[in-house]
Design a protein around this ligand. Structure first.
Ligand code: F0G
Length: 352
């Protein structure tokens, strides 16, 4: 098997890069598309369900797809520092790729609302971390101003190269399935990823790589659902901190993708998210973070509408290891603690 070169080399002709672009890569992309029969069984009707496990990217989330492009282009432009606001995953990816490129990385995060694994990554990758007393939306306002006024490149999804990189996930789906799925289920925060997938599906479709286009099904957490409710949420709240966003910057593009694809948006409660999260971990051996499980929770909530025989892909945007607190507090495991260290005790607990 040939070594995977990373998504810029793999999809070079589809991306805005030239021979003089220095490619900053951690060999992101080529993530597995995994069948999840226990989810399909709950829907029935001969439906096939897969998860696109983007939590297996180098920093554990889909953000690496966008960041390899954003940082390569920033380096090409001679930039020496980047900045982003983040609920955690963007900051981890920005830090890793920026540092690899020899740039400074400044990340603004909502103090106390970033999962432990993500914070650990930003610190280890050598970012300069600024935790603000405010939410993601406030942090994004600030970094936009900073990048307007100082020589620092913004690498949030308002940076068009981010979406260019992220669209490659749609290419991978079509390359794997032979054509687009019927439904693409995806969690939405700032709504960059749904926008990027739609771009990728359209480009491959126009080039004749897929006869069909999917319905874009976007899901948000009920306490943080500005797109579903067509509003701005000033105090978003959800266990899925990755998508705790009240004022998505890519709102218009996501709405356009929904309209053009005959898609739909729906919210899922934290309880529904955790149910799906446990189902994926406990029945399929796939550990994702809570925000990612929103895609499966949403699919299950809309299962009556899935056409018989349809192929559905749910995007699992981030790795479960990102948020160990959520995992430890939300599982049905048999966890026996404080046991005497002897055979009798162990055998008894095992039921022998
Ligand atoms: N899933 C995960 C795990 C995320 O980290 C994010 C966004 C999303 C879904 C939503 O994607 O914003 O493109 O609609 N995380 C950003 C961050 C906001 O800062 O890491 P989106």
């Amino acid at each position: 098997m040939q070594d995977w070169p990373g998504l810029i080399e793999a999809y070079r002709t589809w991306l805005p890069v030239s021979n003089s672009t220095p490619v900053v890569t951690l060999r992101e992309g080529a993530t597995p598309l995994i069948p999840v029969p226990s989810i399909a069984e709950r829907i029935g009707k001969g439906v096939k369900v897969y998860v696109k496990y983007d939590g297996l990217n180098p920093t554990g989330s889909f953000k690496d797809r966008g960041m390899t492009m954003a940082i390569s282009k920033a380096k090409e432009a001679g930039c020496e520092a980047v900045i982003c606001a983040s609920t955690g995953n963007t900051s981890a990816a920005a830090a890793a790729y920026a540092r690899r490129a020899g740039m400074r990385a400044f990340v603004l995060i909502p103090d106390g609302y970033v999962a432990q694994g993500k914070l650990a990554q930003a610190l280890v990758y050598g970012a300069e971390v600024l935790a603000i007393r405010g939410n993601f939306d406030k942090a994004l306002d600030i970094v936009r101003e900073v990048s307007d006024q100082y020589p620092v490149t913004l690498v949030n999804s308002v940076n068009p190269y981010r979406l260019q990189g992220q669209k490659t996930a749609a290419f991978e789906l079509i390359d794997a399935l032979g054509e687009a799925p019927d439904w693409l289920c995806i969690p939405m925060g700032n709504a960059g990823n749904i926008t990027a997938y739609w771009m990728g599906f359209q480009e491959y479709h126009q080039a004749g790589r897929s006869r069909t286009l999917p319905r874009m099904m976007g899901f948000q957490a009920s306490g943080s659902a500005p797109l579903v409710n067509e509003t701005t949420v000033t105090d978003p709240e959800t266990i899925a901190t990755a998508i705790r966003i009240g004022n998505p910057v890519n709102r218009e593009k996501a709405i356009a993708a929904r309209a053009a694809s005959n898609g739909a948006f729906l919210d899922v409660t934290d309880e529904e998210i955790i149910q799906a999260y446990k189902l994926l971990g406990g029945h399929e051996g796939v550990f994702c973070e809570p925000a990612s499980a929103a895609s499966v929770a949403g699919l299950l909530k809309r299962k009556d509408e899935v056409p018989a025989g349809a192929t559905v892909v749910c995007v699992l945007t981030g790795n479960g290891l990102k948020d160990p607190d959520c995992a430890i507090n939300n599982n049905d495991a048999a966890f026996h603690t404080d046991l005497e260290p002897d055979l009798g005790t162990v055998a008894r607990v095992m039921g022998f």
